[in-house]
Design a protein around this ligand. Structure first.
Ligand SMILES: O=P(O)(O)OC[C@H]1O[C@](O)(CO)[C@@H](O)[C@@H]1O
Ligand SMILES: [Fe+2]
Length: 208
């Protein structure tokens, strides 16, 4: 096995980027069609700022080899679509038993997690908080603050991302919305379809 060289990156909190990253990807508001409950509010956001960056990911990916690691930074714009706070698309890892960690740099976020069977967890992430996303949990970041949310993350390099698991269920089981007092609360997603037990079993059985 050939050796890789050590690497270094710098978290630029103000820019919300990893300087020295090998990859960058952005999602504009226009890219997020179908995520939010309020289609009218979403159309208004797209009309006003459809090409603006809703969130940006810069990461350092030495390889996609088993046993390697991806380290990066996510920056999310603050704000809401209707009453719903800005969020990432969310995913389960394509190899679902791979975990992830997130470290809060600035702003206030909620990690919304859902098990394949539909159990929900929410974890608040402020500066210096470390959030452990366990294997098999679908996860989505939500910016519930009034400032950009910047988080550093790391996860196994061969994890991959599966977006279908959310799309086929009509979204995640919960939505993170304004509680009317400047905070947030989780409410039911009325479009949610519970996964068939056979699908849950097949996800939970994957250990490769
Ligand atoms: O892949 P999504 O759901 O668009 O969200 C991006 C986030 O998830 C990750 O892909 C990590 O799993 C990061 O790159 C980033 O923090
Ligand atoms: Fe992930």
């Amino acid at each position: 096995m050939a050796l890789f060289e050590p690497g270094i990156g710098y978290v630029d909190i103000a820019a919300g980027q990893l300087k020295g990253a090998t990859n960058r990807y952005v999602k504009t508001f226009r890219d997020l069609e179908g995520l939010y409950e309020d289609a009218e509010a979403f159309a208004a956001v797209v009309a006003a700022r459809g090409d603006e960056v809703a969130y940006e990911v810069t990461d350092y990916k030495p390889s996609a080899n088993a046993g390697d690691i991806i380290i990066g930074v996510t920056r999310m714009e603050p704000g809401k679509v209707g009453r719903e706070y800005h969020m990432t698309r969310g995913h389960i890892h394509a190899r679902p038993n791979r975990p992830e960690m997130y470290y809060g740099e600035s702003g206030l976020g909620v990690m919304l997690l859902e098990s394949p069977a539909g159990d929900i967890r929410t974890v608040e992430i402020g500066p210096k908080a470390i959030c452990y996303v366990p294997p098999f949990w679908i996860h989505r970041s939500v910016n519930v603050g009034s400032e950009p949310l910047v988080m550093t993350f790391a996860y196994p390099a061969d994890s991959g991302q599966d977006y279908d698991v959310i799309a086929k269920a009509g979204g995640m089981k919960s939505r993170i919305v304004d509680d009317g007092r400047g905070g947030w609360k989780a409410i039911d997603n009325t479009a949610y379809l519970t996964r068939p037990q056979a699908l849950v079993d097949s996800i939970m059985a994957r250990l490769d």
